[in-house]
Design a protein around this ligand. Structure first.
Ligand code: SF4
Ligand code: FES
Length: 250
């Protein structure tokens, strides 16, 4: 199959950007989307042109680094996959494919399709950890955890920090990401000692990073490659309210 790519090219954070047009010919439908970009880049390098910068690492939906807008959709047209798990069979011969970086003030563009997602790291640094002693792995196995709580914590922990939720949200809100990172500890016994301080600190940092507010559009849930649901935002709001009320009364 042959496709035409319209790719956002931007040499650096403060350089002006523009769309560049590239023809990708004889693309196998079995290729992944990133493999198709690899081939386009090899061709650009052979011709002495600057290859398209895009981020990737695991290429199996785990690391969260590969996100980009494809035809206006974070991670492209297929539900519940990261960009690296998208294959060219999702497109048709002759398609024109528009490829852009995440667009959000809190994720400044570094180059072409690569954005700076370190705002997410700072939210994690503010409280996304357990600093109390939890013992070794056998000790953890000795702590009984109700099955529903374990399942919910696991679902939250599948968040790969890709940023698609922010990119899809009209407000560029990071509520779904923050909610998942808070919830993965909030239902486990080991997460209880720091539960209130954690949610207060992480929400405060989220606000400081210039993400927008959640106004219940639900776009985040629709594009999340790990299908993390809006219910986690409801849980975050509840935890934050409880922690704030408790802080005010103490
Ligand atoms: S909540 Fe989903 S979309 Fe948002 S960063 Fe985590 S995995 Fe990505
Ligand atoms: S490259 Fe790791 S999730 Fe896509």
């Amino acid at each position: 199959m042959d496709v035409v790519l319209q790719v956002w090219r931007q040499a650096g954070p403060s350089a002006p950007g523009r769309f560049g047009r590239y023809e990708a010919k004889d693309v196998s439908p079995h290729m992944s989307f990133l493999e198709m970009l690899d081939v386009v880049n090899e061709d650009l390098i052979t011709r002495g042109e600057e290859p398209i910068a895009f981020e990737h690492d695991c290429r199996e939906g785990i690391c969260g680094s590969c996100g980009m807008m494809i035809n206006g959709m974070p991670h492209g047209p297929q539900r519940a996959v990261a960009t690296c798990q998208l294959h060219m069979r999702s497109f048709r011969d002759g398609d024109e494919i528009w490829i852009e970086p995440w667009r959000a003030r809190a994720f400044p563009i570094l180059k072409d399709l690569v954005v700076d997602r370190s705002a997410f790291d700072r939210i994690i640094q503010a409280g996304g950890y357990i600093s109390v002693r939890t013992g070794s792995a056998p000790d953890a196995n000795a702590v009984p955890v109700p099955k529903d709580d374990a399942d919910l914590a696991f679902d939250a922990a599948t968040c790969i920090g890709c940023g698609a939720c922010v990119a899809a949200c009209p407000n560029a809100s990071a509520m779904l990401f923050t909610a998942a990172k808070v919830a993965q500890f909030a239902r486990l016994p080991q997460g209880q000692p720091e539960r209130e301080a954690r949610v207060r600190r992480m929400v405060t940092q989220m606000d400081a990073e210039d993400f927008g507010s959640c106004t219940n559009h639900g776009e985040c849930e629709a594009v999340c490659p790990k299908e993390i649901g809006l219910e986690f935002i409801a849980r975050l709001n509840r935890d934050y309210l409880m922690a704030t009320l408790k802080g005010e009364s103490s």
